[in-house]
Design a protein around this ligand. Structure first.
Ligand code: COA
Length: 260
């Protein structure tokens, strides 16, 4: 896949999406958002890809937000359309049936925090800076930030970030649960790779159903959510992978999952 604003590659089962506009701190213009959608769609259909890592090129920024030059031109209708386009990507990432990890390697502001929020897991380097500074531009988050941030860190903390527009460091992001872990920058990619491998050693259908159960069950009333869990558990039991996983345990050997 050749893109103007991304580098993508597949290495040992891991699909990499690397935003590549370092001179603009990897700010997301519309073309980059569309290329990300294309890259994730390609990885969705690529059986070789078992997990995806999203990061930014350079050492300074993950994604410094939506491209403010483009935001300046939006009006009522084009603004809505712009946001729908970005939300489509974040929905694709959040519902991705294989683990998606954000390697947050510096500034992750506005749309950058929102892209990280759409990943299943966020690992930050010590120099990461996160936040939703849209209010400083007279705007609000539009790629899912108002919804995903509050669901992840709680309404009070989300409102504080969204209404002040303040930028927080990696330690504070860890304390409020915005990121899963903070590591030295030079270890960030290898930690993310190791995490991806830890997950992809498990049954791929179990990963898919686990993501679906958590995502789809999160906003349901408990009874419906538990029914969803029961349905998906049943689906797991009907796979060859669950037969293989349980048999391998009993035979004291490593399972060989086929994704079936
Ligand atoms: N949109 C468009 N361009 C951006 C950008 C964005 N969100 N963030 C950074 N850039 C560009 C800058 O305009 C600059 O381009 P130039 O060299 O052509 O002037 C380049 O990236 C480097 O940024 P610069 O501001 O010089 O770096 P810095 O280290 O001084 O500051 C930030 C870094 C992240 C604090 C600062 O760039 C910033 O505040 N960016 C906007 C963050 C934001 O509000 N994001 C949310 C948007 S909804």
């Amino acid at each position: 896949m050749a893109f103007n604003n991304l580098i993508t590659k597949v290495e040992s089962g891991i699909g990499w999406v690397i935003i590549n506009r370092p001179d603009k701190l990897n700010a997301l213009n519309r073309e980059t958002v569309n290329e990300m959608t294309e890259a994730f769609q390609a990885f969705l259909g690529d059986g070789e890809v078992k997990a995806v890592i999203l990061t930014g090129s350079g050492e300074k920024a993950f994604i410094a937000g939506a491209d403010i030059r483009e935001l300046a031109e939006l009006d009522l209708d084009s603004g809505k359309d712009y946001v729908h386009n970005g939300q489509e990507l974040t929905q694709l990432m959040e519902g991705f049936p294989k683990p998606v990890i954000a390697a947050v390697n510096g500034f992750a502001l506005g749309g950058g925090t929102e892209m990280a929020l759409s990943c299943h897991i966020r690992i930050a380097s010590e120099n990461a800076k996160m936040g939703q500074p849209e209010v400083k531009l007279g705007l609000i988050p539009g790629f899912g930030g108002t919804q995903r941030l509050s669901r992840l860190v709680g309404k009070g903390r989300a409102l504080e970030l969204i209404l002040t527009g303040k930028i927080i460091g990696s330690q504070e992001a860890l304390e409020i649960g915005l990121v899963n872990r903070v590591v030295p920058q030079e270890e960030l990619l290898s930690v993310c790779e190791a995490l991806a491998r830890e997950m992809t050693a498990n049954g791929p259908l179990a990963l898919q159903f686990g993501i679906e159960a958590v995502n789809s069950g999160f906003d349901l009333p408990m009874e419906e959510a538990l029914q969803l869990e029961a349905d998906l558990f049943g689906k797991c039991c009907a796979t060859g992978d669950s037969k293989e996983g349980t048999k391998a345990f009993l035979e004291k050997r490593k399972p060989e999952f086929q994704g079936k």
